[in-house]
Design a protein around this ligand. Structure first.
Ligand SMILES: [Zn+2]
Length: 133
């Protein structure tokens, strides 16, 4: 694996973004600061705490059960824009919650979960999701 792939994996497992010398925080990681244009950015690990800014409930019609299971997201599932307590906003799935439990402004915290599996014995991918705090 190349270094850049490892860096990307790191940001998926640990909510690693970047911090500029001007103190602007970025997630996902940025190489140029959107505020001041500097390229002097260092890694920054976010707390994983945030709140739901807005969300949507997605209900899908699948041709068969296995198609739905392969995606491992549940049906229906909840996708939210989460504002991290440090400021940046990210789009992520809200896991382990019924649609009626989710509200705008609700506190959430990040967790690392199985995202997909490629076949019965295939590669399992993990990534971040959020749960109600
Ligand atoms: Zn900056």
């Amino acid at each position: 694996m190349t270094a850049s792939i490892w860096r990307n994996l790191n940001s998926f497992y640990n909510l690693i973004g970047s911090k500029c010398r001007c103190s602007e925080l970025h997630f996902p990681e940025a190489h140029v600061c959107r505020k001041c244009g500097s390229t002097a950015l260092t890694e920054h690990e976010f707390s994983g705490k945030g709140k739901i800014v807005t969300y949507t409930i997605i209900r899908q019609q699948y041709n068969d059960e296995t198609e739905s299971e392969k995606l491992m997201i549940g049906n229906p599932y909840i996708i939210a824009i989460v504002q991290l307590e440090e400021g940046p906003m990210i789009t992520a799935q809200i896991s382990d919650a019924n649609p009626e439990e989710v509200t705008m402004g609700a506190a959430v915290t990040s967790v690392f979960r199985k995202i997909s599996q490629d076949g019965e014995d295939g590669v399992i991918k993990y990534g971040y999701k959020f749960i109600l705090a």
